[in-house]
Write a protein of this length. Structure first.
Length: 98
């Protein structure tokens, strides 16, 4: 069983939930994104936003791979940083779209 962390823009919530379920049903252990109650991340202070970032990096640390939901080829700044971090950790990178 592979451990896979989902990465992608929060605006792709429905797609991320779909792929979390699909990859799980294929026999993977999937670590997904925490969706903040307040979708406006600016409502969180710097320390709170850092907690989100650190928790997601820890998910990547625990994973064998990351699955990037890059719908229509879109990769935002945060997702790009997550991909770069995953690469430095030697993780496999799987993209939804080439």
């Amino acid at each position: 069983m592979r451990i896979i962390t989902i990465c992608g823009s929060l605006k792709f919530e429905a797609d991320i939930k779909y792929w979390t379920e699909k990859l799980t049903l294929e026999g993977n252990c999937v670590l997904s994104i925490v969706y903040p109650i307040n979708h406006d991340l600016a409502a969180y202070d710097k320390e709170q936003r850092e907690h989100f970032t650190k928790a997601h990096r820890k998910r990547i640390d625990l994973s064998d791979a990351v699955f990037v939901v890059n719908k229509n080829g879109y990769i935002g700044d945060s997702t790009q940083k997550e991909i770069e971090y995953a690469k430095t950790q030697g993780k496999d990178i799987i993209f939804l779209e080439n």
